[in-house]
Design a protein around this ligand. Structure first.
Ligand code: K7E
Ligand code: CUA
Length: 644
């Protein structure tokens, strides 16, 4: 992310006639007319820049948009918003346009409400990892034929180099892939067409290989890898070595190509200054057909410590192409018609637009890399991410300018082609102030063929003065914008805890969830197998099985009682409590909490859940139901008698 106080930020010369008027204007306002104000960007950002802002006006357009987006009490939202939870490690489901938070899905973090990270079922999902922390950035849902199929959501973990899958029928994390040979999985996207066979994941940081401490000084030999993860098995199918640091990634609408922004194109710079010294960095394009053929032909190596086929995709390889693009490109986004992708320049006021249909010729050697570029679009300062409305318009976040800029794709291409002086900047339709410093933005259905151009969410890194002060740590501000008309209209401020980077907005018709669990759900298959071995029928039995110093306590629950109100163990036993909730009524979730043992979990209707702990305290130990289930919820409890 950009530090607005960074002295290395691009300097825009307001006297330079090659810099267009809108960039000069925003820069002037940004600087407050004096370069001395740069350090005060925090304060300046709080002042409306007045460029096309509809926020403070109470025009009829604003009133109409507000009325149209209201979700009446008792009514349901039109869209599911899948919000990343950043370094909270979770995913959140919001309703759009109401912006009501509906659910939290723990993914890489511990959650005491559901017992995620504590129960045996969730520990299996987490591969019994010791890392109960995560940094999730990019939630994207599985697709078939370029639109959501409602099966899975995927999300990266930058902090522990993982990718997780969430089942959308139960909205629980069900598999996690630890990506070998790399550090810091950042960019993540799914294959769109014909279906999500692969999830593509960028590893950001370069490493020496083997990374065993023998070669840490040879920075020229450092590199990182691009990974394709099989969406069904959640294992890495192959990895490709690249030049540079991978940032974000994107896929096309044919299934042939994936492409990633790379900064630090020399590849050997490990410090900030070095990684910013090139005037241009690049987009690396992966030819999926060729990569799969190379894997089949055995044209790969394996790196120490993993069985994953590793292919060479460095400059000059047949598997990849490198296209120079605007400095330090960050976001990369494909248009919903599948024609173009735009690389957002971050340290340049421009974004680079490429025509995807030209990639075939590029790989066949018929054209040069830069021949795929159809426009360099000057937009403003700090372009990070771009979203689309399906009507030919694009919306780019300007981090430094604290704005969303709406621009027309065809007009930008024509302008670039003809370089008509008079038309300079005419492709820009509106600049809307947002509050403040936006990172990602996302439109309703905007990363699919079904982009419907109704709403845009901008995820702003700073909220400054927009909410009641809560101490030095501020929330972020996720803003909802109506983009259905000619003018963008800001509708809603949504404070958010650390740190939604990205969001996917999915029409509710695409998501079908279960009302109660299915008894044969694979989520608790291991527990079911254990019960079978113990001769226990989960749906009927209340039984204590002793196996040396291991004790398994099986019980059912029906509101407002557990199947057993007492069971006995011996001091020091390893106790596993397995609960099957027989309630059929939607919304009657029970819980199980063993007081003073750090034990708690959710057991929703028709679910089986289990948790293991040591009975390390003698005497009476109470357990109780910690999910409110019944008028007699407080009475839903029992005693574990620990004998010495
Ligand atoms: Cu721009 Cu990690 Cu997608 Cu943050 S990333 S903003
Ligand atoms: Cu069962 Cu509360």
């Amino acid at each position: 992310m950009i530090d607005p106080n960074d002295k290395n930020l691009p300097k825009v010369d307001v006297e330079d006639e090659n810099v267009s008027e809108h960039v000069k204007m925003s820069r002037r306002l940004f600087l407050g007319g004096s370069t001395a104000m740069v350090g005060a960007v925090g304060a300046i950002g709080a002042v409306g820049l007045g460029v096309g802002s509809a926020v403070l006006s109470s025009s009829p357009a604003v009133a109409a948009a507000n009325a149209a987006h209201t979700v009446a009490l008792g009514e349901l939202d039109e869209y599911y918003g899948f919000w990343s939870g950043g370094h909270s490690g979770e995913v959140r489901i919001m309703g759009v346009p109401s912006m009501r938070e509906i659910m939290r899905i723990p993914v890489f973090n511990i959650d005491s409400a559901t017992g995620y990270g504590l129960t045996n079922e969730s520990k299996e999902v987490l591969n019994h990892t010791t890392h109960l922390a995560g940094d999730s950035h990019h939630p994207h849902l599985s697709m078939t034929d370029g639109s959501y199929d409602g099966k899975y959501a995927f999300i990266n973990d930058k902090s522990n180099s993982r990718v997780a899958r969430i089942r959308c029928d139960i909205m629980k994390t069900d598999k996690i892939c630890e990506v070998p040979n790399v550090q810091a999985i950042h960019g993540l996207r799914v294959q769109r067409v014909p279906y999500t066979k692969y999830i593509y994941a960028n590893a950001e940081f370069v490493l020496p290989h083997p990374n065993d401490g023998s070669n840490m000084d040879d920075t020229e030999a450092y590199y990182t890898l691009y990974s394709a993860i099989d969406a069904e098995t959640m294992t890495v199918a192959w990895q490709v070595i690249v030049d540079g640091n991978l940032d974000n990634t994107e896929t096309d609408y044919t299934g042939k190509y994936a492409f990633s922004t790379c900064y630090n194109s020399p590849g050997e710079s490990l410090d900030l200054e070095g990684s910013m010294r090139n005037e241009r960095d690049h987009l690396v394009i992966f030819n999926i057909e060729r990569i799969e053929a190379a894997v089949k032909a055995g044209e790969f190596q394996k790196l120490a410590g993993s069985d994953v086929p590793v292919l060479n995709g460095r400059k000059g390889s047949k598997l990849t192409a490198y296209v120079p693009v605007a400095k330090s490109p960050h976001g990369i986004n494909a248009t919903p018609d599948g024609k173009y992708c735009v690389a957002n320049g971050k340290l340049s006021p421009t974004i680079t637009m490429l025509e995807i249909a030209k990639f075939d010729d590029l790989f066949d050697g018929k054209i040069e890399p830069r021949d795929t570029v159809v426009a360099e679009v000057e937009l403003g300062l700090g372009p990070l991410h771009t979203a689309f409305d399906g009507r030919g318009n694009a919306y780019t976040t300007l981090f430094i300018d604290s704005q969303i800029v709406k621009w027309n794709i065809d007009e930008a291409i024509t302008f670039y082609k003809e370089n008509t002086e008079g038309g300079k900047g005419a492709y820009i339709k509106q600049k809307l102030d947002v509050h403040y410093q936006p990172g990602h933005n996302h439109t309703t259905m905007g990363e699919t063929r079904d982009a419907d151009g109704k709403y845009l969410i901008t995820l702003n890194k700073f909220s400054k003065d927009r909410f009641l002060p809560v101490g030095p740590l501020h929330p972020e501000n996720d803003q909802l914008i109506d983009i259905s008309g000619d003018e963008m209209v800001l509708l809603h401020d949504g404070p958010a805890f650390a740190e939604p980077h990205d969001v996917s907005l999915v029409h509710r018709s695409k998501i079908k969830t279960l009302k109660v669990w299915k008894r044969d759900d694979p989520y608790f298959a291991t527990t079911r197998a254990m019960a079978k071995k113990d001769g226990v029928t989960l749906e009927t039995d209340n039984k204590v099985i002793r196996d040396g110093n291991k004790v398994r306590v099986y019980m059912i629950s029906v509101a407002p009682a557990f199947g057993m109100d007492t069971f006995k163990v011996k001091l020091g036993d390893e106790v596993t409590v397995i609960i099957t909730n027989l309630d059929m009524v939607e919304d009657v979730s029970h819980g199980f909490c063993m007081v003073n043992h750090g034990v708690q979990m959710e057991v929703s209707p028709q679910q089986t859940a289990s948790i293991t702990f040591i009975a390390d305290k003698p005497g009476v130990q109470w357990y109780y139901c910690n999910w409110f289930c019944h008028a007699l919820h407080m009475e839903m409890r029992g005693r574990m008698l620990v004998e010495v």
